[in-house]
Design a protein around this ligand. Sequence first.
Ligand SMILES: Cc1ncc(COP(=O)(O)O)c(C=O)c1O
Length: 383
Amino acid sequence: MNYLDYAATTPVDPRVFDAMLPYFRESFGNPSSVHRYGQKAETAIEEARETVASILHCRADEIIFTSCGSESDNLALRGAALMRRNASGAKWILTSKTEHHAVSKTALQLEKEYGFALEWLEVNQHGMVTPESLSKAVCNETALASVMYANNEIGTINPIAQLAKIAKANNIIFHTDAVQAAAYLDVNIESLGVDLMSLGGHKFYGPKGVGALYVRKGTKLVPHTTGGGQEYGLRAGTQNVPYIVGFAEALRLTAEEREQRIAHVKPLRDQIIGRVLEEVSDSKLTGHPENRLPNHASFVFKDVDGNLLLQMLDASGFACSSGSACKTGNPEPSEVITELGFERDWALGSLRITLGVDSTPEHIDSFLKTLPSLINKARTLRS
Ligand SMILES: Cc1ncc(COP(=O)(O)O)c(C=O)c1O
């Protein structure tokens, strides 16, 4: 089996796994306990916080550990929107339809259940939110803008530093979902200038079920979970010590090995993009041709059922992904692909191939030899 779905999740790095192990049994204390078991667990969390902060170029007390990227997005959006409205009456939320559902559905909930006003930011044909699009949408009642750093379905990288500057000039809180970006892009807060940034451990060879939210000092949030005062009162609940240790170690290794990892995946990704567009009729790249994640290739194929193609690829030994969210035989095109302007006959045939540390030229070659005939077969089955 060839795994070509690293944007969905990654295997835990053995070095990360080793760093986590002692915190399951020997050092199992509750970090809130006063005794030395507790102190040891607390020290591990605070060291992990320092590690994450040193990579993000921020203060340790600006890092909140959460249970996943989705939770970080929820805390950021709901926490900031509610706080802002309480403080100033601001009621507008700006985000785009190309966001992960952890952001877009939270924004929709804030509109429907909490009475906020929601405006979808326009994206260009590559799915990018431009500075002009944000400038056009801001008003003096805007509470918050949320724009992802890099898109999970189409790989496009947004101009976060420029967008954050516009938000700051207009006194708007700016959040970015960096869950996909953190595996390959610089997550330096000083250069990005964002107020809130979400991360998720399992996208960069850390464990699933752990994430973090960067919260700029002075950015007030309504707590997400109430209870004990853990995580500076923003996220109650006994911390998951081994997973937090694993998250920090995975991020540290990612920052340290970033250049090598990019040098490994980028030529393979370029080969996929070049050969698919050349060898498969009626195929188009989705997302930005250059400004995209270095491990990410995504396409649409006309008159292909994307879910069927995925099943055929799986049967042939390739694990990939599609933009289509539905797995029940009645697929709807993904909102992200539709937002790029593709008609249904194209949008239903989306395919995402994402690479990682164990991808080899042989895997890619074998994939590229298999794909065109599977697409032809999928087209015949559909017509
Ligand atoms: C851009 C983006 N945001 C958020 C998430 C959710 O992260 P998690 O699975 O850690 O909840 C994902 C996961 O696919 C993602 O790609």
